[in-house]
Design a protein around this ligand. Structure first.
Ligand code: SF4
Length: 542
């Protein structure tokens, strides 16, 4: 069985993808007959774009620049981000080039997503764009895979995965499977296969994603892919854990199963072009646990029952860091755990120190008083340089409604503890939670202002109602009187609207949010660090 695993366009090209790196290692370890290749088509998508823009075959206009100047500036930005030496350069310079790059990403990605949607629904797109997508899949086709797996982390990647799957099917009989975090958090992933896409011609037959994806694999993919690679006949599909598929127009949803956490091997990044990512040195992702130990936030969908919280052995995690450091000459890491609770973090830090590892790293954590001054110092000594905190709001009432389980005064103390210990804080905040008042929004702004010296990077956004979250299931408990599908909602871009019977309207929230953009920029060292978190780690580790 030849399997091709694909990281789907697009995610920021600043580090390789973790999911395919673990999956490929798992299959290679457990299935001697498996021939697995891995492609970061997200990185290739960016590299192809840079080359095409440079040679003038793909024209992009960045704000207030003509096409030639845009191409020149993009070139400069890419080159700067790859060679940046924080110790010898001004943060303003970083901010300038990272902003150019972000503008490019926003414009280019929106354009390519619209092209992908058109091509997917049978509309014509310029030949050069069609060629662009066709060329992306050539390395995959060259390996003549029997099975192609798309790893999809975010909703905006679905359209790209579907189009690339459609193109692969034109040239190959390979079966196609889609999985990853995006599919895993959907409340009814099967709808992705069976809901028609919007059509231009009403008389044309329905276009369904099941025409391009043979299977979906929500949840953790290791066992499902392992079993799928061993199937001999269609009747064997019933034994593949987590698999969703149609057979003779009947929908099948197989029972879930999760791998033993201790069976997970160290990720294999050897398939990736580590020197091509937009960082001056590699930053590798890793995980010490799966699932969320808290699993109570009312806006979150990351805690379906199939994503049970399990932890890896600390000594194995430390062995993994050591292995990755030697194997890839890498000293910078990001833990992608949903969060690492304080007692576990303490053990991890002690083991890293005991092992004599000299690495720097970032991680998600929950701002509870357990992150004492002592613990923060220990974390710093072990190489922790960035902590990413889901602060969300400066209003205790909103925090309680969110089910965060945090105390706003403790949060303040924790940010101070980390900052004093020499750790940078990346803070997430959310505006417009249902029923939030203008005064409560102001409390968040005041919180940010009061703690600005302890907030080094900020990621701010407005509330989005997600299907499957507790708020969606129990709207009446969150002052929501009505929920409906947004006018532009589709299976590719699902969007919900809602009416509230107290608090700010969505328009008021947007107004406040837009009005405070300059304030948000002033809070952080560079606003771009909220987006390009690997760069924040590189900057702090200088
Ligand atoms: S938002 Fe809350 S429930 Fe969701 S992953 Fe984070 S801590 Fe867990």
């Amino acid at each position: 069985m030849k399997l091709a695993l694909i990281a789907t366009p697009y995610t920021h090209p600043t580090c390789p993808p973790l999911g395919p790196a673990v999956l490929s290692a798992y299959l290679q370890k457990n299935l001697s007959a498996a021939d697995v290749s891995v492609f970061d088509l997200s990185l290739d998508y960016y590299l192809s774009a840079f080359a095409a823009i440079d040679e003038g075959s793909l024209n992009i206009k960045l704000k207030e620049m003509d096409e030639q100047t845009s191409a020149h500036n993009l070139n400069q930005a890419v080159s700067f981000l790859k060679t940046w030496q924080p110790a010898h350069s001004d943060l303003k310079e970083y901010h300038h080039w990272a902003t150019i790059f972000l503008r490019f990403e926003n414009i280019f990605n929106a354009f390519m997503a619209s092209m992908a949607e058109k091509a997917l629904t049978g509309q014509s797109i310029p030949k050069r764009i069609e060629r662009f997508f066709e060329e992306l899949i050539q390395p995959v086709l060259a390996g003549t895979p029997d099975l192609v797996g798309f790893s999809i982390l975010y909703q905006h990647q679905v359209v790209f995965a579907a189009l690339l799957a459609k193109m692969i099917k034109r040239h190959s009989t390979a079966k196609i499977i889609a999985g990853g975090a995006c599919i895993s958090v959907m409340s009814e992933p099967e709808k992705l296969l069976s809901t028609p896409l919007a059509k231009i011609d009403n008389d044309a037959p329905d276009i369904l994603l099941k025409d391009f994806f043979d299977y979906l694999l929500p949840g953790e993919g290791e066992l499902g892919l392992h079993h799928l690679c061993q199937t001999k006949s269609p009747s064997d599909l019933a034994t593949v854990p987590n698999l969703i598929y149609f057979s003779n127009n009947d929908l099948h949803i197989n029972p879930p199963a999760t791998p033993k956490i201790e069976d997970l091997p160290h990720p294999d990044f050897s398939h990736f072009k580590l020197d091509k990512y937009l960082t001056p040195e590699p930053v590798l992702p890793l995980m010490t646990s799966r699932g969320c130990p808290w699993a109570k936030c009312t806006f979150c969908t990351h805690h379906h029952s199939s994503l049970r919280y399990r932890t890896r052995r600390i000594d194995d995690c430390v062995a993994e860091i050591s292995f990755l450091q030697k194997q890839y000459d890498c000293n910078l890491f990001y833990f992608y755990d949903e969060m690492i609770p304080a007692p576990r973090f303490k053990k991890l830090a002690e083991h890293i120190i005991d092992a004599g590892l000299t690495v720097n790293y970032g991680a998600y954590a929950k701002p509870l008083k357990t992150f004492s001054a002592e613990l923060c110092h220990l974390l710093q000594r072990s190489g922790c340089r960035i902590l990413q905190w889901g602060v969300e709001s400066g209003s205790q009432r909103i925090l309680d409604l969110m089910g965060k389980g945090t105390d706003i005064q403790e949060v303040e103390k924790v940010l101070s503890n980390a900052s004093k210990a020499g750790i940078y804080n990346l803070t997430f905040v959310l505006f417009g939670f249902p029923s939030e008042t203008t005064e409560e929004l102001q409390q968040t702004l005041t919180f940010l202002d009061r703690n600005r010296t302890n907030i080094h990077a900020l990621s701010s956004g407005t509330f989005v109602l997600t299907e499957g979250s507790q708020i969606h299931r129990e709207p009446e408990n969150f002052s929501i009187s009505r929920i409906w599908k947004h006018n532009n909602s589709s299976i590719l871009y699902p969007a919900l609207d809602f009416d509230i019977n107290q608090g700010m309207t969505a328009q008021e929230v947007t107004q406040h949010f837009n009005k405070n953009q300059t304030f948000f920029s002033d809070i952080s060292l560079s606003r771009r660090f909220g987006t390009y978190r690997e760069h924040l780690l590189i900057y702090e580790s200088k």
